[in-house]
Design a protein around this ligand. Structure first.
Ligand code: MN
Length: 129
C-alpha cells in the first residue's frame, strides 16, 4: 500500500502555457510501475480553465468541490457538480474549468496519458456564447 497524503504536496500555480485564470494544481498520486496513472488535484477560481487539449489515453474528472464546465470540440459545454464524474476518451479535443461565476475543484485521473496542449479557450467559448 502506498499512501499519498494531501498535505505532502502543496498546490502550485498551473502552467501559464496550458491554463488561464489562476488555476492551481498538484500531483496527488501516481503509479508508474503497474499501469501508469497520474492523479492531479486541480483548483479553478472563477474564470479559470485549461487550454484546449487532447490526451493520448482516457482521463476521468471527479468533481470534489463546486461546479466544473467541460466541453468537447463540436459539442455544447456541460456543467457538472460536486460528486459527478466525467470520462474524456483518448484523442478527444476538450477543455475543463470553473463554471463562470463560481469556482470548482476536480481530481483528474490520467491513465497512460500524454497531453498535447493547444490554443486557449476564448471568452465566448468559455461562456458558451
Ligand atoms: Mn483534460
Amino acid at each position: 500500500m502506498k499512501i499519498f497524503r494531501a498535505d505532502d504536496s502543496p498546490f502550485k500555480p498551473a502552467d501559464l502555457q496550458s491554463f488561464v485564470g489562476g488555476a492551481r494544481t498538484k500531483l496527488l498520486a501516481s503509479d508508474d510501475t503497474h499501469v501508469n496513472v497520474h492523479v492531479y488535484h486541480v483548483q479553478f477560481p472563477d474564470g479559470a480553465r485549461t487550454n484546449w487539449h487532447t490526451h493520448s489515453g482516457p482521463q476521468w474528472l471527479l468533481v470534489t468541490e463546486g461546479s466544473i464546465r467541460v466541453q468537447c470540440e463540436g459539442q455544447r459545454h456541460e456543467d457538472v457538480e460536486t460528486g459527478d464524474a466525467v470520462m474524456i476518451p483518448p484523442g478527444q479535443k476538450h477543455w475543463h474549468g470553473a463554471v463562470p461565476g463560481t469556482r470548482g475543484v476536480h481530481l483528474a485521473i490520467n491513465v497512460k496519458v500524454k497531453t498535447d496542449w493547444l490554443e486557449p479557450v476564448s471568452d465566448a467559448d468559455y461562456r458558451g456564447q
